[in-house]
Design a protein around this ligand. Structure first.
Ligand code: FBP
Length: 345
């Protein structure tokens, strides 16, 4: 088999930049620095069982969830990488209550802000199951002569400039898009480089898998349970039943469905009327990726990327993945809302 030319992410970013005559290299620099921080986090994740980085810190984040040591380590790594890069003026993290203004000389006038979930899938950290990092980059709206503001972060997902995730799994991959194709790079530990392994990823229109935490079925809306029942029905024509897969790390569940086709769902439920996952840190970046891979992301009624954020840590129900499956889930939700209207009349 002919040896495929190894293309590192740095080479790819520079080549991609060539396609934008007005590019200043700031976005390329930012992506490069996120890649570097990911390598450092990957090193700690890989040896997590050997060093005292497993377990909890004993503190909780603004969403009242337990904070794991590796969460903090990853958060610190990305903040320091972006602070030194000087390519971004502010950062909002799922692990921090408020956004962080990056003070360094260059950073202050930089034109980008970053939203990050430094370690997604925290319930899987201690049990050696795939976890991830999710990021998104926006152009600042505020005047570059001053500090960035909250409004720089509360932009709709459709205004994302670039987004991606790192999955720390059987191999470590960085998958991102700058609004064109979605490309995947696998970390080659022998050379310490992310190398292009999955060019121009396209999510299959039809899905094989459905991913939802079914243990909450008693708290899900009827329409969601009807759709899950539809996924389980025997019907050769539509390739059903689909296979159930749920890892409990959004990055890992999303990545499988992106490559093989499927739907990941974290719907609203009785105690989480807006679902569990955060719009800025989890839903928007994954919606940006799936749309540029030919899929869709919905909150059940509307396109996730068109939702106007009002708070940094707001939650959003999500149905994301293969077009046919997400549209089908929306159909069940719409049908159910109609029957609810009829019941009331
Ligand atoms: P964290 O960012 O705190 O890890 O929470 C997000 C998450 O772990 C997702 O990755 C995953 O899809 C979901 O929560 C699992 O939630 P549940 O355990 O309720 O199914």
């Amino acid at each position: 088999m002919p040896n495929r030319k190894v293309v590192t992410i740095e080479e790819f970013i520079v080549k991609q930049q060539g396609g934008f005559p007005n590019a200043t290299g700031e976005l390329s620099g930012l992506l490069r620095d996120i890649g570097l921080a990911a390598k450092i986090v990957n090193r700690e994740v890989n040896k997590a069982g050997l060093v005292d980085i497993l377990g909890i810190t004993g503190t909780s984040n603004s969403s009242g969830e337990e904070v794991k040591k590796l969460d903090i380590f990853a958060n610190d790594q990305f903040i320091s990488a972006l602070r030194t890069s000087g390519e971004c003026c502010g950062l909002a993290s799922e692990e921090s209550d408020d956004f962080v203004v990056l003070e360094s000389e260059n950073a202050q006038n930089a034109k980008y802000v970053v939203c990050i979930d430094p370690l997604d899938g925290s319930s899987n950290i201690d049990v050696n199951v795939s976890i991830g990092t999710i990021f998104s980059i926006y152009k600042r709206l505020s005047d570059p002569s001053g500090d960035c503001t909250l409004d720089d972060f509360l932009q709709p997902g459709r205004d994302i400039v670039a987004a991606g995730y790192i999955i720390y799994g059987s191999s470590t991959m960085l998958v991102y898009s700058t609004g064109q194709d979605v490309n995947g790079f696998t970390l080659d530990p022998s050379i310490g480089e992310f190398c292009l392994s999955h060019p121009a990823i396209k999510v299959p229109k039809k899905g094989l898998y459905y991913s939802i935490n079914e243990s909450y079925q008693h708290r899900f809306p009827k329409a969601v349970n009807d759709f899950v029942a539809y996924c389980k029905c025997e019907d050769e024509k539509t390739n059903r039943p689909y296979s159930a897969r749920y890892i409990g790390s959004m990055v890992a569940d999303f990545h499988r469905n992106l490559i093989k086709g499927g739907i990941f769902m974290y719907p609203s439920m009785r105690d989480y009327p807006n679902g569990k996952l955060r719009l800025l840190f989890e839903c928007n970046p994954m919606a940006f990726i799936v749309e540029h891979a030919g899929g869709v992301a919905s909150n059940g009624q509307k396109r996730v990327l068109d939702i106007m954020p009002t708070e940094l840590h707001q939650r959003c129900p999500i149905f994301i993945g293969s077009t046919d499956l997400v549209r089908k889930a929306e159909h069940f939700i719409f049908k159910n809302s109609l029957s609810l209207v009829h019941e009331e009349v």
